[in-house]
Design a protein around this ligand. Sequence first.
Ligand code: CP3
Length: 343
Amino acid sequence: MNTNFLKACRGEKTSHTPIWIMRQAGRYLPDYHKVRSKMTFLELCKTPERAAEVTLQPVDILGVDAAILFSDILVVLEAMGMKLEFQEKRGPVLPEPIKDRADVERLVVPDPEEKLGYVMETIRILRKELADKVPLIGFCGAPFTLATYMVEGGSSKAFFNTKKMMYSAPELYAEMMNKVTDCTIAYLKAQAAAGAQALQIFDSWAGALAPCDFGEFALPYVKRIIAELKGAGIPLIYFANNGSTLLDQSMTCGADVLGLDWRLKLSDAAKIVGPDISLQGNLDPCALLLPEDKLEKRIARILEEGKSARGHIFNLGHGILPETPPEKAKFVVETVHRLSGQS
Ligand code: CP3
């Protein structure tokens, strides 16, 4: 198996800097559209053979060093009893958002094998089909990021209702967060038991929080998840998008790896997090639209900056954009391998 990704997570020596790309299975790939055109996004998530097929596409097409399970962070909310839709133009919609105590009390903490069995089945198929070619990453949303969808009913810019609940009904907020956290712990343990070889926690909207609010309303739940998952013995990655100003706090979460967006230099981040944490990132997804010579310079710079970290996994600073030409994604993978390889 190509173990460079797992080695970099642990801070061990690698033969080249490993790379995978957030949202690497998705809409920028014509091969994804071919499968997706036959069913809705949620149906695709719930059809293990097809979900496994689209997971493998970027491994075969781009040559990345890790596969990430094809699913979505929001499927757990459906398993907890919320209605979930993905609308073509609007993205995720939760038509009955959480408003009051009765709504929180109605949320269930499900047995993941029973309610999310299709995810574990996808993982089991993938481990067979990958045949130890590259490791498989499982994932979840961080409780705060999930809470924004639960309370806002979909994507949001200001997160007004979520913050209103935090500030005006902190006990209710904590109750909701504890349920989401319990559910996430069981879900990640099930993913690990099914064969996931690393786990990433996506905190896409953590950057919307003031440092004091992050410390009180988001980070403690992430810490609890990581503490509970340590026993699984696989690398744990925490990605707080737009989280540079939170790094001094997020470095205490217990993760083996911190994911970084493009707003901070990796070498500056390495100075903050020190020698016990690996870093993942952090090319601006828009940089894939640069001409190849300029793109290569940026990749070289990030690889250089990454040398100051305990271990470096190359990635984008957020998900790859649907507008990206697949050849450019392939160019990034090949360039990372060529520039960082020892041979
Ligand atoms: O990375 C991968 O290749 C694995 C698959 C994956 C998806 N979503 C597939 C997807 C992963 C890891 C996610 C995580 C996810 N989902 C996050 C965290 C990462 C991030 O980008 O911050 C978030 C916030 C979501 C919620 C979500 N799902 C949104 C906001 C949307 C609509 C907007 C968008 O980016 O597409 C989705 C839908 C979604 N999730 C698609 C895919 C491939 C597009 C669905 C389609 O085919 O129409």
